[in-house]
Design a protein around this ligand. Structure first.
Ligand code: ATP
Length: 444
């Protein structure tokens, strides 16, 4: 993880928030390459969920919601972690994340000092809206995006004439006052989620639950993730959330071990039932194709962290490879093997020399390609060094312009993963890159 976070910082993917003030725990900033990668991951998920499904539509709900929302959802009462403090070294732990013997003996796992009793700690960030800081003005930063979907479900049925089964997808920020925020961007206080809520007829929920498990698994396969680094974990009775009938996590083998990446949950009619109760509004679905039958839909949720997906994709893509080019056995490269659809830079244009009109020709080619692709330009340093820089940024294609390019209009297309090079007529370059992206299969 150390290598990954330092590469992420060095190449402008992720910086610590407010670093010049010593950093802010649990918050991170996404630099030029990081924001591109994050947008592309969000774009791939959005396409998968909305464009590829005729019956799933999008939503962008506000972060601040009526405080009753969080009473109805159960977050005010139940969204807590068990917390213990060390009286001596002042370290703070989640009681469920330290060894049971320490808890029983009330002994700090770090310094051996005495631990406090376990107390419940609500993870929601609480603030005030308006000028008065009294209990009537309390408002929360949303701890999940899902509730914004539930409170809008009737609006969407009416405005878009949706019929069950249908889904609503949303990407957005969520906030949790996490007790421990180790492991780089894995668990943070401010993060982004990609959630899809699928509304189904009660009785069909188990079928849809297994369908969505299949689809979410296939999605990661399509992105070229190492499938032996993914596994399912079913929640046991003591892990199931208060609203869930069944829940599976997709776990990824991160450098610190297997950890949750995404959850698929059968939330039953809990959420809409509770919002009916707390708002006094009738949230039943009226099935006009079925004698106006009325029911509260069941909800199947797929809930993934966008920032956690970014960490997973970064870890999954990271590779160090001995390249023994030019007979030098000690030559190593660091390469990020991103799927070309996700890579922050798709193609880099590199003139072999700055002089003799090669730079101008390269700029001209770049201007043409940037209409279709995220295209970078680099003319400084030896060509081998420039390839390494692009490998480290995860750029799948490099185009090199040399003297022959001036003569016969061909350029060299170099592939990141195989390091193979082919000559391509300039006029065919854009189409060739397009077909390479479409046919992309991860080879290492
Ligand atoms: P945990 O038990 O690890 O705290 P959770 O089970 O409460 O997580 P969910 O509420 O199911 O997590 O959230 C759905 C997804 O949102 C998670 O699978 C994860 O990808 C992401 N996520 C949740 N909490 C965080 C966080 N603090 N930082 C980054 N991503 C998060």
């Amino acid at each position: 993880m150390e290598k990954i976070s330092s590469l992420a910082k060095r190449r402008g993917f992720v910086y610590q928030s407010s670093e010049i003030y010593g950093g802010q725990n649990g918050a991170w900033d996404y630099g030029p390459l990081g924001v591109e990668l994050k947008n592309r991951i969000a774009g791939a998920w959005w396409k998968e969920m909305t464009r590829l499904h005729d019956n799933i539509v999008g939503l962008d709900a506000s972060i601040l919601m009526h405080p009753r929302t969080w009473e109805a959802s159960g977050h005010v009462e139940n969204f807590t972690d068990p917390l213990v403090d060390c009286k001596k070294c002042k370290s703070r732990f989640r009681a469920d994340q330290i060894p049971q013997e320490n808890l029983t003996a009330k002994k700090c796992p770090d310094c051996g000092g005495e631990l406090t009793d376990t107390r419940k700690f609500n993870l929601m960030f609480k603030t005030h809206i308006g000028p008065a800081e009294d209990s009537a003005s309390i408002i929360y930063l949303r701890p999940e995006t899902a509730q914004g979907i539930y409170v809008n479900y009737k609006n969407i049925i009416q405005s878009n004439r949706m019929k069950i089964p249908f889904g609503i997808a949303q990407i957005g920020k969520a906030f949790r006052n996490e007790i421990s925020t180790k492991n780089f961007i894995f668990r943070t206080c401010e993060f982004e989620q990609m959630e899809m809520q699928y509304f189904v007829k009660p009785g069909t929920d188990e079928e849809w639950f297994s369908e969505w498990r299949k689809q979410r698994w296939a999605y990661y396969e399509k992105l070229g993730i190492k499938m032996d680094h993914l596994r399912w974990h079913q929640h046991g009775p003591d892990e199931l959330a208060h609203y869930a009938k069944d829940a599976y996590d997709i776990e990824y083998l991160f450098p610190m071990g297997w950890r949750e990446l995404e959850g698929v949950h059968n939330r039953t009619d809990y959420d809409l039932g509770r919002h009916t109760q707390f708002s006094g509004k009738d949230l039943q679905y009226i099935d006009q194709d079925n004698n106006n039958e009325r029911y509260i839909p069941y909800i199947i949720e797929t809930s993934a962290g966008l920032t956690r997906n970014l960490l997973m994709i970064f870890c999954d893509a990271y590779d160090e490879e001995q390249v023994a080019e030019k007979g030098n056995e000690d030559d190593w490269r660091t390469v990020l093997r991103f799927h070309p659809d996700l890579a922050p830079i798709t193609v880099a244009i590199l003139p072999l020399m700055k002089k003799d009109g090669l730079a101008e020709l390269a700029q001209d080619i770049r201007a043409e390609l940037k209409e279709d692709y995220a295209a970078d330009y680099d003319q400084s340093g030896a060509i081998g060094r420039r390839y390494r820089r692009q490998d480290e940024a995860g750029t799948p294609f490099c185009v090199t312009i040399d003297y022959q390019s001036k003569e016969d209009g061909t350029v060299t297309l170099r592939f990141r993963d195989s390091m193979e090079q082919v000559r391509v007529p300039r006029a065919e370059l854009s189409a060739r890159i397009r077909s390479e992206i479409k046919a992309y299969k991860r080879i290492k």
